[in-house]
Ligand binder design. Structure first.
Ligand code: FUB
Length: 324
């Protein structure tokens, strides 16, 4: 029976799925939501996750396997709390788990842990990746072997507080009419544990070549970056946060600038929306989450997937998550 649009696992709460195909299987790197009822606020204080469990599917119809604890906060020296949305990549015979968490000063940083198998266990580096900040890393390894990390998130994710490489606790989002804050993109060095040079800001343009503005909440970047490549075009997708869409923008370069193209996923049950896109056996799938399993509790989410379809011109058909 097809598991599409159903919770992949029900024994734990999972969210923010980053899906990859390794050795012919689908591996899903999600956040592991706690089963605690915590009140929602704009700072994301209800997301108090402490570890990661990697899920895997031998095929689309197979039962989803929970491979157990792959990394716990207690084993990461630099972390104080909140292990949020992770991603993973394979290079040079090793698997790398990238994860955001608050450091001992309360600032979100991106860390990396290394393993020999896609499901872990992973051993964290002693410190976070120098030069990183904020949340939601998505690592894309291009056909030429170069790896890029996209990361950032507003509000609880602190993106708007980073101004020219300095954390400004009182900084606000850009004013209406100004270019919106956007994700960072940094190329990773061959060791996958450090970044090359200074991170750049992703630029998203509208149909007239003008930057998407901060008040354009249906289209501006909020969090949950993802990168995939389809027919030699780079698709940068993300959550619009306050308006709860997953949308995308395309470019002929992995670092942009990108042009806004449309919506991939309409709002789901729960405040957050977060996704990944992966090719498996010649078809493309969207992994995403909603709060159906907990009857709508924002911080108790469940991971699902559904097929996505492209039109001839490369645009993606919008998914209405609760309609067939
Ligand atoms: O899971 C915690 C946060 O919620 C993630 O980092 C965001 O993308 C949102 O899904």
């Amino acid at each position: 029976m097809s598991q599409q649009r159903r919770p992949l696992v029900k024994h734990i709460f999972t969210a923010d799925p980053s899906a990859h195909v390794f050795d012919g299987k689908i591996y899903i790197y999600p956040s592991h939501d706690l089963a605690e009822d915590l009140e929602h606020n704009d700072n994301g204080d209800e997301y108090q996750m402490t570890d990661y469990h990697i899920l895997s599917l031998d095929s689309l119809d197979a039962e989803c396997k929970d491979n157990g604890e792959a990394l716990h906060m207690r084993d990461v020296k630099w972390v104080s709390k909140q292990m949020w949305a992770p991603d993973a990549a394979y290079k040079n015979g090793k698997y790398y788990l990238f994860f955001p968490a608050r450091d001992k000063e309360g600032l979100f940083r991106i860390g990396v842990a290394v393993g020999d198998k896609p499901e872990g266990p992973f051993k964290a580096e002693d410190d976070y990746i120098q030069g990183t900040c904020t949340i939601d890393p998505a690592v894309f390894v291009d056909d030429d072997g170069r790896a890029y990390m996209y990361y950032g998130g507003l509000w609880g994710g602190q993106l708007e507080k980073w101004q020219n490489g300095v954390y400004e606790p009182d900084a606000q989002e850009p004013a209406a009419g100004q270019p919106a804050a956007c994700s960072f993109v940094a190329e990773l060095n061959d060791d996958m544990k450090s970044i090359k040079g200074e991170p750049m800001k992703v630029v998203i343009l509208d149909e007239n070549g003008k930057p998407i503005t901060a008040d354009d909440e249906d289209r501006r970047f909020f969090e949950a970056s993802w990168m995939h490549k389809y027919n030699d075009t780079y698709y940068f997708s993300y959550s619009t946060g306050t308006t709860h869409y997953i949308v995308y923008a395309t470019s002929k370069s992995p670092t942009g600038p990108f042009t806004y193209r449309g919506r991939i996923l309409e709002p789901v049950v729960g405040w957050t929306t977060h996704h990944s896109i992966v090719e498996y056996q010649g078809k493309w799938y969207l992994f995403y989450h909603d709060s159906e399993l907990s009857n709508g509790k924002n911080n108790q989410r469940c991971v699902k997937f559904t097929e996505i379809k492209y039109n001839e011109d490369g645009t993606i058909q919008t998914i209405k998550p609760y309609e067939e």
